[in-house]
Design a binder for this molecule. Sequence first.
Ligand code: CO
Length: 239
Amino acid sequence: MTASQWATWPAAVAQRAERGSVAVQARNRLQDLLADLRAEDTEEEENNVPVATKLEWQAPLAVLQYPDPRLRAVNARIGVFDETLRKLAEEMFEVMYQDDGVGLAAPQVGVNVRLMVFNEAGEKGKGEEIVLVNPQVINLGKSKNLFEEGCLSFPGIYADVERPSKVKIKAQDLNGRKFTISLSGFPARIFQHEYDHLDGRLFHDRMAPGVLAGVRQQLVEMEDAYLKANPGAQIQRVA
Ligand code: CO
């Protein structure tokens, strides 16, 4: 597999976004908001998802490709904030940078828990590394925008997806501390893409019919290749 095949949602897309004034404003706003992180005393949310009290994963991590069923599996809330979790987040950043990504969700590396990492700069040592444990959407902005997305689990596939341009969320950090944060621009875009992964939703599920039609053949080819390598696997094919 060549580097370019792995280069989904690459730095080029991030750079393109950075050139836009909206993204630059968003970055400035994000930095302000990050400085303003605050702990919240909200009560523990009732959720219908299981809670993981023990994290199990093995290095080295590798990004799963569509249509691996683990991308559609239920992701457990994280109930343990230990060294294993910190190490997982660290390894996820490594894999993400290696594959030229700007965001990665735990199910993409075969760990079905509610954890995501992202860095809009897409480069180690640049930008801001954000780790969200058990994130929840508090509200989505009314205005929406179209933006070309890629996904590390879909090498070579890029397509426009419409999403709200702002989102307010709450989450926990690696120590279990709760906080709320408002995102807009590119970080809001990345967050929503990764958040979908935590709900087993993939970016083509969000594409408009005409956009999906443009990538359907590539998706079917990935499905066929997966079934050839994994005979009898239960996969969810593109509609
Ligand atoms: Co993705």
